[in-house]
Design a protein around this ligand. Structure first.
Ligand code: CAA
Length: 385
């Protein structure tokens, strides 16, 4: 795997691994049990200069692109999937600004995000708008130099920790997806409240809430791109850029589970020998390792396409998300199997990997949606018959 990495990639991996080994791994079980947000770890990531890896240099970030972002996410997720997403979601939340923000908007919000002083959330999903993101109902009406927002968002990752929220709202109900706009709402704005915290199966340490807008008045200068109607495209383009991050989280979870399984099967004695000496076990390990490596390479392929400035990466981005997250589910489930009865119990960290992996097949577009996106683009590329 190392032959794939540049000097800079390796530096990022090592710097993150240090934090993961020292602060994430020892805290993971307790953060999971109590569903507590990993503030201490975010502080360490901030001190290590890792909060702005993907943000361009001119806006205070490192300007080191999506591959390095994915490498950091993978290293964190090897130790804890919840910490992995608590970090990655800041990229998801800031992409709408890097994609369509005006120069003034980028200068206003990105430097604080790059320093880790402000965390971000992405508010698209609603109670009745999950996969069908175009059917959102949250309404923003313009009155002079402000918008009044009314509505509710569901499953907003990072909601309890963030200070900046990109909220997708309907500004023109007659225009369907072309009537959707993206508006940045800052924490503390009157009429904006953080609602119920969800009790999750996995990734338990990241905060995930409903959020509510009741006559919430936001300055019109917070309309992304200062243009109505570009919100749905912005949401889709953001997801295209962010999905390799979910895939990297999945690779990290799969690799983390595989590493533990290798270690365990070499130690665990049955029938008078380590279970790793049985071919049935070896075949499982071999398949797991091969799938993880294939997934990682697909993540890099997508990240590299984005970093190289490709104009079309929707398909490869969906492919890496689909493949890597299915691999994560399979590999983490197999890892539990290799731990046997012990794997099913909370005494060992392995069951957490399986719980954390499940969400990766669901959020940032279910894997059924990824297949729709892949097929649509595949058929489009092949031209009309
Ligand atoms: N880039 C740019 N534009 C795009 C695009 C893309 N990738 N995909 C679609 N568009 C444009 C289309 O070209 C079209 O534009 P025109 O109006 O100019 O024709 C417009 O958007 C509408 O496109 P569709 O007709 O294809 O839209 P649709 O309503 O059929 O939906 C969908 C398509 C792919 C299913 C979309 O709804 C989707 O991606 N759904 C999944 C939503 C999702 O991923 N949610 C995750 C929420 S975030 C989350 O989980 C994160 C978290 O908290 C951690």
């Amino acid at each position: 795997m190392k032959e794939l990495l540049t000097k800079k990639n390796l530096e990022y991996a090592e710097r993150t691994k240090e934090i993961a080994d020292k602060y994430v791994r020892p805290a993971a079980a307790e953060l999971d049990r109590n569903q507590t947000y990993p503030w201490e770890i975010v502080k360490k990531l901030q001190e290590a200069g890792l909060m702005g890896v993907w943000i361009p240099k001119e806006y205070g970030g490192e300007g080191d692109g999506i591959r390095n972002l994915c490498i950091v996410i993978e290293e964190l997720s090897k130790a804890c999937g919840g910490v992995g997403v608590a970090y990655a979601v800041n990229a998801l939340g800031s992409f709408p600004i890097t994609i369509h923000g005006t120069e003034e908007q980028r200068q206003r919000w990105l430097p604080a995000i790059a320093k880790g002083e402000k965390l971000v959330a992405y508010g698209l999903s609603e109670v009745e708008a999950g996969s069908d993101a175009g059917s959102i109902k949250t309404r923003a009406e313009r009155n002079g130099d402000s918008y009044t927002i009314n509505g509710d968002k569901k499953w907003t990752t990072n909601a309890g920790a963030a200070s900046i929220y990109t909220i997708y709202c309907v500004t023109n109900p007659e225009k369907g997806t072309r009537g959707i706009s993206a508006i940045v709402v800052e924490k503390g704005t009157e009429g904006f409240t953080i609602g119920k915290e969800e009790d999750k199966m996995g990734i338990r340490c990241v905060s995930l809430h409903e959020i509510h807008f009741k006559n919430c008045k936001v300055p019109a200068k917070n309309l992304l791109g200062e243009k109505e109607g570009i919100g749905f495209k912005n949401a889709m383009m953001t997801l295209d850029k962010a999905r390799p991050g979910v895939a990297a989280q999945a690779v990290g979870l799969a690799q983390g589970a595989l590493d533990l399984a290798v270690e365990y099967t070499k130690k665990r004695q049955q029938f008078g020998q380590p279970i790793a000496s049985f071919q049935g076990i070896q075949f499982m390990l071999a398949d797991m390792a091969t799938q993880v490596e294939a997934a990682r390479r697909l993540v890099y392929a997508a990240a590299d396409a984005i970093d190289a400035g490709a104009t079309h990466y929707t398909k490869i981005s969906a492919m890496c998300k689909l493949y890597a997250t299915d691999v994560a589910m399979k590999v983490t489930t197999d890892a539990v199997q290799l731990f046997g009865g012990y794997g099913y119990m909370k005494d060992y960290p392995i069951e957490k990997y399986m719980r954390d992996a499940k969400i990766t097949q669901i959020y940032e577009g279910t894997n059924q949606i990824q297949r729709i996106v892949i097929a649509k683009n595949l058929l489009k590329e092949s031209g009309s018959s």
